[in-house]
Design a protein around this ligand. Structure first.
Ligand code: NDP
Ligand code: DXP
Ligand code: MN
Length: 382
């Protein structure tokens, strides 16, 4: 039987790569339902290529545009509630969670509640409500398989290993688009500069997160929840080539690493087929050509967002949701010219300091904290 897949965020970078993987294995995978934001043109093409049973767009206008331009009689809905229909479609066995931002949390939880297998790209879900997501997945016996490249690498390195024999997880970080610049040189950098990631082609929000290295901070919290290790066993190392996608060190000093060209189709396909592997037509590493692998320690002064994320992750409660929501709004304001690049970390720090943390929060308390941070950072001047 093919894996029957719903994709949340099908028009994005991960969504399109997922469809590319599906295209390469038509006998293994079938598309059931697709959800996206406002990119109606891309969705019209996807409907024509994959004939889903249902489509959801974020807005009425986008839904009407899709409806008016598709040949097939596919139901098209819109809005956040309709995302749940895609996530829980009765014909779907697998949900790829690849909407950007904490808006991906409710449909991802709904998919877990409905017992679907999950391929998780949306790291904001785990940062915002890690304890709730992981507990529900355990209760429902749902496998939560990482798509994020570092976490996919660690997932592969941990396969068949004992957790008690792990010394530490080592996340690699490219350093982002400004890795060659000092902090003083960051004062006047522009969104165009920041969107120029050295190794990966990704959506705009995560590309800015890579430049501030908030991405690595979010990934530390993501690793904590996915693999169940305390923060002192999770480390970050700079690796400018993004070839070693992450590593696991064991108690005997042995280190396992997963390597490959920076291509998200690899972790996406592995998430869909693990523990098995399928072929992929893609660029390969060639060690007969000169290949350099460099590693450097992370300077927390240069990249304060990583330090912030460790501190926030250790405090827990509603604070990671505040960090995440504040960052989402700050990145959006940077991209729209309302905030400087260094302003991103400043306003996130202000939100964290102003928040009264609720310990062991309910989902409602987490959503409230998320909204509180969005309002606060939306008003802050910088
Ligand atoms: N790109 C990558 O290589 C990696 C991404 N990730 C994570 O995966 C997630 C997606 O990243 P990426 O693909 O780069 O992001 P993109 O910005 O490329 O894509 C985001 C997707 O979410 C959709 N979307 C946005 N808002 C809504 C909404 N309100 N309702 C429904 N859909 C919505 C977009 O639709 P539309 O465009 O139509 O508006 C688009 O399909 C993020 O959490 C990111 O951190 C993790 C590792 C690597
Ligand atoms: C592809 C992927 O997983 C991204 O999260 C990537 O890791 C970004 O790279 P850096 O955050 O290391 O710049
Ligand atoms: Mn990553």
């Amino acid at each position: 039987m093919p894996e029957r897949i719903s994709i949340l965020g099908s028009t994005g970078s991960i969504g399109c790569n997922t469809l590319e993987v599906i295209r390469q294995h038509p006998e293994e995978f079938e598309v059931v339902a697709l959800a996206a934001g406002t990119n109606a043109d891309e969705m019209v093409q996807q409907v024509s290529d994959f004939s889903p049973k249902m489509v959801v767009m974020a807005t009425k206008e986008a839904a009407e545009k899709v409806k008016s331009e598709i040949d097939q009689n596919v139901p098209v809905f819109y809005g956040t509630d309709a995302l749940i229909e895609v996530a829980t479609h009765p014909d779907a066995t697998y949900v790829v969670s690849s909407i950007v931002g904490s808006i991906g949390l409710p449909p991802t939880l709904a998919a877990i509640e409905a017992g679907k297998k999950i391929g998780l790209a949306n790291k904001e879900t785990l940062v915002t409500a890690g304890h709730i997501v992981v507990d529900l997945a355990r209760k429902k016996e749902v496998s939560l398989v990482p798509i994020d490249s570092e976490h996919s690498a660690i997932y592969q390195c941990l396969n068949g290993e004992q957790k008690s024999e792990v010394k530490r997880l080592i996340l690699t970080a490219s350093g982002g688009s400004f890795r060659g610049l000092s902090r003083d040189q960051l004062t006047n950098v522009t969104p165009k500069d920041a969107l120029n990631h050295p190794n990966w082609s990704m959506g705009s929000k995560i590309t800015i997160d890579s430049a501030t290295m908030m991405n690595k901070g979010l990934e530390v919290i993501e690793a904590h929840w996915l693999f169940g290790f305390p923060y002192h066993q999770i480390e970050v190392v700079l690796h400018p080539q993004s070839i070693v996608h992450s590593m696991v060190e064991f108690v005997d000093g042995a280190i396992m690493a997963q390597l490959g060209t920076p291509d998200m189709c690899v972790p996406i396909l592995y998430a869909l087929t693990s523990p098995h592997r399928k072929s992929l037509t893609n660029e390969r590493l060639d060690f007969t050509q000169a290949t350099q692998l460099d590693f450097r320690p992370l300077d927390f002064e240069r990249y304060p967002c990583v330090r912030m994320a460790y501190e926030v992750g250790k405090v827990g409660g509603t604070l990671p949701a505040v960090l995440n929501a504040a960052n989402e709004v700050a990145v959006d304001r940077f991209l729209t010219g309302q905030l400087s690049f260094l302003g991103i970390e400043e306003v996130v720090q202000q939100a964290i300091e102003a928040h009264n943390v609720i310990k062991d929060p309910s989902l409602e308390e987490i959503m409230d904290a998320d909204q509180w941070a969005r309002q606060l950072v939306g008003q802050l001047k910088k």
